[in-house]
Design a protein. Structure first.
Length: 157
């Protein structure tokens, strides 16, 4: 868990880059957490992207162009409210994650493993706020909205 600076983040939050393992691949996620101790709900934001595997795409940092340009970086945790812990898994093939673009099923596994990793880390390290068991909120855009509603992501806590 590496502290990072995020330009337009809430002043009541601390921001981190987290690397975790998902099916043998090292995957990146960004985390925003309240500065105050206590237990908070976990909010998971699933970003959009490619729905099918593409072995030629690795370390994707943007998609689209012009006004539709989307960045896969720490700006994804800008302006999250301080009353929750927010995680944005990058999935394999995106950002600083290993591997290549692997499609919907493996993105779902990466999301599930991110939830487990951040929950374990925050609930076992005294310098971090805890995560309320049973208070998990999933949201997403484009492909991420599909992932956030997939059956295999339900009931994680």
């Amino acid at each position: 868990m590496k502290p990072i600076e995020v330009p337009d983040s809430n002043s009541d939050t601390k921001n981190y880059q987290m690397m975790y393992w998902s099916q043998g691949i090292k995957v990146e996620a960004y985390v925003a957490a309240p500065s105050e101790s206590g237990a908070y709900p976990l909010s998971v934001f699933c970003h959009g992207g490619y729905s099918t595997p593409d072995d030629q795409k690795a370390h994707v940092t943007t998609i689209g162009e012009g006004n539709d340009l989307f960045h896969y970086d720490k700006t994804l945790i800008e302006n999250y409210p301080s009353g929750q812990i927010t995680i944005v898994p990058m999935y394999r093939g995106y950002g600083h994650s290993g591997g290549t673009i692997s499609g919907l099923a493996k993105n779902a596994a990466d999301t599930q493993n991110a939830i487990k990793a951040v929950t374990t880390y925050f609930n076992t390290h005294k310098n971090f706020p805890g995560i309320n068991k049973g208070h998990l909120y999933l949201s997403g855009v484009s492909l991420g909205s599909v992932k956030s509603s997939m059956k295999n992501l339900h009931g994680l806590q």
